[in-house]
Write a protein that binds this ligand. Sequence first.
Ligand SMILES: Cc1cc2nc3c(=O)[nH]c(=O)nc-3n(C[C@H](O)[C@H](O)[C@H](O)COP(=O)(O)OP(=O)(O)OC[C@H]3O[C@@H](n4cnc5c(N)ncnc54)[C@H](O)[C@@H]3O)c2cc1C
Length: 442
Amino acid sequence: MTDHPATDDIIGIGFGPANLSFAIALRDAMGGAPRPTMRFIERQDRFGWHRAMMLPGADMQISFVKDLVSLRDPTSPFSFLNYLHVKGRLSTFLNLKTFNPSRVEYNDYLAWAADQFSEVVAYGETVDSVQPETRDGRLAAFVVQARDGAGAQRLRRCRHLVVAAGGDPAIPAPFAEHMQDKRLIHSSWYLPGIAEALGAPRLDGPEPRILVVGAGQSAVEIVTDLGARYPRALVDLAIRGPALKPADDSPFVNEIFDPAAVDRIHDAPAPVRAELIAAHRATNYAVVDADLIQDFYATLYEQAVSGVIRYRLRRSTRVVALEPASDGLRATLRDDIAGTEERQGYAAVICATGYQRATVPAILDPLRPFMDGETADRHYRLPLAGAEPRVSLHLQGFSEPTHGLTETLLSILPVRAAAIADTILAEERAARAAIRPAASAP
Ligand SMILES: Cc1cc2nc3c(=O)[nH]c(=O)nc-3n(C[C@H](O)[C@H](O)[C@H](O)COP(=O)(O)OP(=O)(O)OC[C@H]3O[C@@H](n4cnc5c(N)ncnc54)[C@H](O)[C@@H]3O)c2cc1C
């Protein structure tokens, strides 16, 4: 541990797509100036975007035009099109006639962009908390406390903090109390988790029975992947509702992801705002791409024809109890329509139950005495009370109730990133301009 924190002007916590897009926007807006300096802290040991869900055949649910930069600057060298050009795949990609690249290719695009910032990213460090540094009782700087892979503490100081740490796995009862059991897996660590729980696929021995819980895109992707990965597996998909529902990406509805929609939502009275967000939930939550639903339905139909049942869709079904056993986990499944309960053993249980985000991430708790409420302003800045000038705190991805459904997605990353970069740079320039005449006075 060092008692002398390294200092940067701006620190970003997390280096996923949101802070990557911010790093590009900041560098563009600085136009080659050496200050302010930036640093990002990322807990993964290298760049990776939802690596545990890099499933064969999974596509992006967004147009590649909504990449890290194009909505802000279509001429940027960090566009997805320039990535294709650099990689020599522009013409062949066009022949695919799609707006939705594979998730694997998009991760490669993001990693290619992230590599160009490697000198300002501290990989392999997890931020535990952010402490206030005060001068005369006022907040003068943030001290970011992180741990590296060997457990050593790292301290870094900054005046502008941009937190884009993503969501935390949402694990409801009765699963939460069993999360230490390696046979219970959240979708956020699906690929390494299932390999650890079941090992390599076997062509002999008992057929593993696996339960997937959830009604969203990840749940159906995982069911499909399990079937291909473990050709002898029997897979149950338990959903609370009566049917899998399609994601609505029709054009009028999709306007909710336009940059201009953020203004409309933000400026609306709070109850109207909540209604608007609720009215558009079927774009993103507990819904599945229509083509994936179609494929899954066809698979169930083929089973009905052949009589060989490997997949079961258990509708209106809740897991009401879970117990560990020597050979797996025993789940009690309640069918709410039939009013029946059934106990079933599973070699592995996968929670595709989504993510949760606090309004203010817990790592910022020590700063609460200096926070003026928990609501970020239109430019994603959390109001501070008793802070010196040129000290600011910005959040990316935590303001869905005020800024709408784009918050947790990729839709408007470059526009949001520019809003934050411009706010910080305007403040820095104003402060320097105020110092300069005084310094040059006779
Ligand atoms: C499987 C999957 C597919 C998706 N597909 C799409 C899609 O097609 N289109 C779309 O719009 N959205 C999609 N999403 C939504 C997703 O939230 C966004 O794609 C995107 O990841 C948001 O970027 P982010 O940078 O805000 O968060 P994240 O991508 O979650 O990045 C946050 C980063 O912060 C790091 N971090 C977290 N805590 C700490 C800490 N304490 N210290 C240091 N580092 C930390 C994490 O390691 C991570 O790298 C998908 C989500 C999933 C799970």
